[in-house]
Design a protein around this ligand. Sequence first.
Ligand code: XIL
Length: 341
Amino acid sequence: TIPSLSETFYDYFPIGAAIEPHQISNETSELLIKHVNMLVAENVMKPDAIQPTEGNFNWEPTDRIIEFAKEHNMEVRFHTLVWHSQVGDWFFKDEDGYPMIDEENAEKREQNKQLLLERLKTHVTTIVERYKDDISSWDVVNEVVEPQDEDGMRASEWYQITGTEYIETAFYAAREAGGPDIKLYLNDYGTDHPKKRNIIYDLVSELLEKGVPIDGIGHQTHIDIHGPTIASIMESINKFNELGLDNIITELDMSIYAWDDHQDFGNEIPLEILNKQAERYEALFHEFVENQDKISEVVFWGMADDHTWLHSFPVERTNAPLLFDFNHQPKPAFWSVVNIV
Ligand code: XIL
């Protein structure tokens, strides 16, 4: 018999999966009900989906996820209040429809900045007020750091127009709308990378000193079968833990290819690759379990290999990054993970 993932790890941390609402009503729902006790939306909570045009909120898809979760005793996390991607253009245009980043007049630039921060505040406040009792953890900002950009901050429209003020505004607004008990996170990928880790560390330390309400770091953890090392992932978790922050694993998956690998196994993944993946998943979960006091949620970016963003990112190729295969059967990685505890 196949054990339940969430029951297996019940004493350690909740196990989650990212889903599209339609997966609630297809075969994936059986896997979800059996194996996870936390859900997050793969897309429908993102800014462009939840507020596609100013003042028009599309609640229905998120409501459906929350309703399904309640029916099945699952928690729900929110991804994401702020992002540079999947965000409506309208945020960054002035009242005349002119792109804010192109504005040259200093006075008008300042007005635009205030307008953008107002819009951001409304976005965050409206969403948090509606869902504050339903959400276990909030990704307040996503991917705000980019080591290759100036200052190490991602040169998004948010940053070009407001500097780091948008980050502070988002956290303050979320705390104000949700109260002291909601959990607020800064989420990013590649947090194991020493340079990026340090930039995030310095940014968050500075924000905390100012009193900005940040509870923890969300580590996306999109890794592959070659890297990064598990030691480097744990080094980041330890470093943020020492700063007094919580850590959550928010988007775990493990590509069977290297980033720039041009091969494509199709649906016939060599057993050797699946075994390598199993070994690495095992080592990773071993560390998660050992460090359970520093990690409060572990969420996969999908449930089974038939549905994963990695079939088309960074290139088109059949990928197999999760614990269940194309036919929803447990993979070697599933068995290696449940056998740890
Ligand atoms: C991805 C989704 O999985 C895709 O369906 C969508 O087309 C693009 O976004 N980091 C994130 C997630 O924070 O929001 C991304 O999700 C994957 C990378």
